[in-house]
Design a protein around this ligand. Structure first.
Ligand code: FUL
Length: 479
């Protein structure tokens, strides 16, 4: 029996062992919890990274900063092609490299000449950022921006004047092209470069040089809903690698005031987060569909296959973080056929493997309780605000499926609005009259997907063995 109250909470009435109905009380949050912007971000799960710039035309990964803007000349640029393909592949947004380390800008801003305005593209009247933003709006994708802090073109890099320039650029982007859901602050900083002809090596102190708190509060005052990504957060963290893998144990917590982008020795911490961290900082796994971040004709045969992308999905979204998948457009300014083919196949794989949630037709109950006592809809309706919560820090639920059938994946979601709770869980299935362990996991968070060595069963038991507080289970998927 379920009572939906005016404010939308669901209280499931459960039968206690002594056969009385006990109202399940609304659990209290266990801190830290995500803010509303972070919650909306977790729900995105998957979005695209676009590395497109002067490097696309020079076949480089890191431009030195002395490239002539004349080199930037896409022949068939079409941001709508990007948006259509990415949307169809399930991407919820696009983060575009408005400026990479070489300093070339994809928008005709007023603070530099090193931009599309001095390129042959549309005779200097083009604006890639504008076209991408408009295509995103048209196809209902969120927009994010990458503005490289390291600038190998700018003569003032390394001085206070450059910080002013960087802030001006960010402000200009925000005012002219925002809102953005995310601003991506790259951790690669300082080194050799052209630097306006100085042709030298500049080292900066990553801890102090950019004075991020000032920049972040400046931008937030203009665009309150934006999330900042960096090694250090404050809103979203890097995962310490660029191959799409988040730790199997993934806490969404960090004590961020002790971190900064580029700090040595923090990759392991970023991989797992820390259970005793004081702030909510979700994990975002960035990875490219090709070996490089930018398009290189020589890599057309090295595009990751749909199966590889699916594995990456399992080690990123399937471990409670978000996947930022880079698909670099080619010299025409289009997503290349080789990438598009794999994107479409990846989408088809996701749909075929996760379309039929067997839990929807299952009966859920606590062992000893009448089968079907817990309303299965509360954990299969795709709505986080309806959930099942246990009474104790260790608890067990069972799912009686409507018939014996093969199982390949089990997906669990906590209602992270109330905090991340589960430390360890185990899944068993009844096989030939015996409970057999088919999966184990540590954290769950937004989502945890376990690949199961295929088994045939009609009865599944989930044991939440260790939790910071009783589990608040938002969704169960059995596929
Ligand atoms: C790195 C950069 O150096 C790469 O070129 C790329 O942009 C990647 C996403 O981040 O730090």
């Amino acid at each position: 029996m379920k009572i939906r109250l005016m404010f939308g909470m669901v209280f499931t009435l459960v039968l206690s062992s002594c056969h009385h109905y006990l109202p399940q009380v609304e659990p209290k949050p266990v801190y830290p919890v995500p803010n509303q912007r972070q919650l909306a971000w977790h729900d995105m799960e998957m979005y695209a990274f676009i590395h497109f710039s002067i490097n696309t035309f020079t076949d480089k990964e890191w431009g030195y900063g002395d490239e002539r803007p004349e080199l930037f000349n896409p022949s068939e640029f079409n941001a709508e092609q990007w948006a259509i393909e990415l949307k169809n592949a399930g991407m919820q947004g696009i983060i575009l490299t408005a400026k990479h380390h070489d300093g070339f800008c994809l928008w005709p801003g007023k603070f530099t000449e090193h931009s599309v305005k001095n390129s042959p593209y549309k005779n200097g009247n083009g604006d890639i950022v504008r076209e991408v933003v408009e295509a995103c709006h048209k196809y209902n994708l969120k927009v994010g921006i990458y503005l490289s802090p390291w600038d190998r073109n700018h003569p003032d890099y390394g001085t206070e004047a450059y910080i002013q320039y960087y802030r001006n650029q960010l402000k200009e982007l925000v005012m002219e092209y925002g809102p953005f859901f995310e601003i991506w602050l790259d951790g690669a900083n300082g080194g050799d470069g052209w630097y306006g002809g100085r042709d030298t090596t500049i080292t900066i102190d990553g801890r102090t040089y950019y004075d991020w708190p000032i920049t972040i509060s400046l931008i937030r005052s203009l665009m309150p809903n934006v999330l900042f990504f960096s090694d250090a957060g404050p809103d979203i963290r890097w995962v310490g690698n660029e191959n799409g893998r988040i730790g199997e144990t993934n806490w969404n917590f960090l004590s961020i005031d002790t971190l900064y982008a580029g700090q040595a020795g923090i990759n392991e911490l970023l991989y797992t987060g820390s259970e005793d961290g004081k702030k909510w900082v979700g994990a975002e796994a960035d990875v490219s569909i090709r070996p490089g971040w930018f398009y290189h004709p020589g890599e057309n045969s090295k595009v990751k296959s749909a199966e590889e992308l699916f594995d990456i999905y399992l080690t990123s979204v399937g471990r409670g973080g978000n996947l930022l998948l880079n698909i670099p457009p080619d010299r025409r300014g289009l997503l290349h056929e080789a990438d598009v083919d794999q994107l479409r196949a990846f989408d088809a794989l996701l749909k075929s493997r996760f379309s039929n949630n067997l839990a929807k037709r299952a009966k859920m109950y606590i062992p000893g309780m009448e089968k079907g006592r817990i309303d299965i809809k509360t954990v299969t309706d795709g709505d986080r605000s309806t959930f099942w919560t246990a009474q104790e820090a260790s608890s067990v639920v069972e799912l009686q499926l409507n018939k014996k059938q093969p199982i390949h994946y089990i997906s669990l979601m906590e209602n992270i609005a109330l905090g991340q709770r589960v430390r360890a869980f185990e899944i068993e299935a009844m096989i030939d009259g015996r409970w057999t362990r088919i999966g184990v996991g540590t954290t769950i968070g937004h989502k945890r997907i376990l690949s199961i060595n295929p088994v045939s069963t009609d009865l599944i038991r989930i044991h939440f063995m260790e939790c910071r507080a009783p589990v608040v289970l938002a969704e169960i998927g059995v596929y």
